[in-house]
Design a protein around this ligand. Structure first.
Ligand code: NAD
Length: 413
């Protein structure tokens, strides 16, 4: 039985879902085939991904494929109550309430796992973590699953190394059709979309500090530059730092950058990136936010201890007044800003990411019994297929190698 906040919100959720479905052509093509072939007949799938409209569409596509789908969120602030209500109304078992505390969040995930899933879709590794621990009993039918994000995959590899991965898992994030676009262009656009509408401030003319110049950081820095910001990048990897320099971004340690930034965006997947000594030197009214998966990149708890008081300034902005009078502004509690204070990535981007999810799950359903409890890469054919379908959907064509060119590229002479 679904657990959502308010079923009367369903009409607005249905509208949001219908809107994104019109802009997810690759997934629609997969849905048509799934409807005919029913690759998930007899299988139960638990999905823990940011519970908003694009994820809802993935849930519907998997259901068309014959699966019994149990949908839950992967962050208490990214669940949209109207979308959750709409999915419950559409008959998909849905477990998500916006803004619940961490215990409430975990309880909802645990509730969804009572379906004893054959397959899971994880975003950040919370289902795997529960299935390896206090919900292990619900994993008795588990065949395998897919992981959506960089941070989740780091954890899967750590589990594999420790010999405690409960089932084979597919590294969906690492597919080209996912991270080349989702992490870079998706996070690039949706982080700024959220920061701008949350703050209602200018980006042009501001100094923006981007922590981490990986896939997400590149997108965030690129879009900030495009909107007229002066961008500083902080890194721990010398090659990423060199790359940022060659893109004409200033590179320096956070200890230095902390003094200059008007807006800080972290996207490292690491913890303690902005900490107390940085708060001590920041400008009055600096804005701090995070686009990485977990809320441990900006040490909001330390800021709370340092501050004399904190108070809401606008929706999703908490101001922290320091003893010297400066105010530092934290967006969305330091949780990933594009989902906790926005609508997440554009639908066209999630079209590709969720096409990878859908086809990877189908592959898992077929191959899982023969697999070891390891992390698997998305097969190149799946990646390639999605790239081609997406190009075609955008009305674009590309050249094809002639047999002679192919022989030239693969030959030794
Ligand atoms: N907000 C979103 O919608 C969204 C989308 C995709 C991924 N993510 C998450 O964003 C994070 C980054 O993902 P990615 O794909 O860009 O990873 P990535 O590995 O490509 O990039 C991370 C970068 O951060 C750097 N880094 C690590 N620790 C650092 C530190 N202490 N200071 C400065 N730099 C540091 C690394 O050297 C690396 O270059 C992950 O947590 C991922 O799960 C969020």
């Amino acid at each position: 039985m679904s657990i959502v906040k308010d079923m009367s919100l369903a009409p607005s959720g249905r509208q949001k879902i219908q809107w994104v479905r019109d802009f997810m052509p690759a997934l629609s093509g997969i849905e048509d085939r799934f409807r005919r072939e029913k690759p998930f007949a007899g299988l139960t799938i638990a999905v823990s991904v940011h519970l908003e409209a694009k994820t809802a569409n993935l849930g519907l596509v998997l259901r068309e494929g014959g699966a019994e789908v149990y949908l839950t969120g992967c962050n208490p602030l990214s669940t949209q109550d109207d979308v959750a209500a709409a999915m419950a109304e559409l008959g998909v078992e849905t477990f998500g309430i916006h803004g619940v505390d961490m215990q409430g969040y975990e309880d909802l995930l645990a509730e969804s796992l009572k379906c004893r899933p054959h397959l899971i879709v994880d975003d950040g590794g919370d289902l795997i973590s529960l299935l390896s621990g206090k919900c292990a009993a619900y994993g008795d039918r588990l065949l395998g699953g897919c992981e959506e994000t960089t941070t989740g995959i780091h954890r899967l590899y750590a589990r594999e190394r420790a010999g405690i991965l409960p089932c084979p898992m597919m590294a969906v994030n690492d597919a080209k059709a996912k991270h080349y676009y989702d992490n870079k262009y998706g996070t690039g656009q949706s982080s700024w979309d959220a920061i701008m509408h949350t703050t209602n401030l200018m980006v042009a003319g501001k100094t923006v500090v981007v922590a981490g110049y990986g896939w997400c950081g590149k997108g965030i820095a690129m879009r900030a530059k495009g909107m007229g910001a002066d961008v500083i990048v902080t890194e721990v990897d010398p090659f990423k730092a060199l790359e940022a320099t060659m893109e004409n971004f200033r590179v320096m340690p956070m200890d230095e950058a902390a003094k200059y930034g008007d807006i800080f965006v972290t996207a490292t997947g690491c913890k303690d990136v902005i900490v107390e000594r940085h708060f001590q030197v920041m400008k009055h009214n600096a804005i701090l936010c995070n686009s990485g998966h977990f809320d441990c990149e900006v040490d909001v708890a330390a800021l709370g201890r340092l501050a004399e008081e904190h108070f809401p300034r606008r929706q999703n902005i908490e101001g922290f007044r320091l003893p010297d009078g400066r105010i530092l502004n934290v967006l969305a509690e330091g949780r990933l800003v594009n989902l906790a204070a926005g609508n997440g990535h554009p639908a066209e981007i999630m079209d590709m990411s969720f096409a990878v999810q859908a086809l990877s799950l189908e592959w898992m359903a077929k191959h899982a019994p023969a697999l070891e409890k390891k992390v698997y890469n998305v097969p190149a054919e799946i990646d390639d297929q999605i790239g081609r379908v997406k190009l075609a959907a955008m009305g674009l064509a590309i050249d094809a190698l002639t047999p002679e060119q192919e022989a030239y590229l693969t030959g030794w002479d």
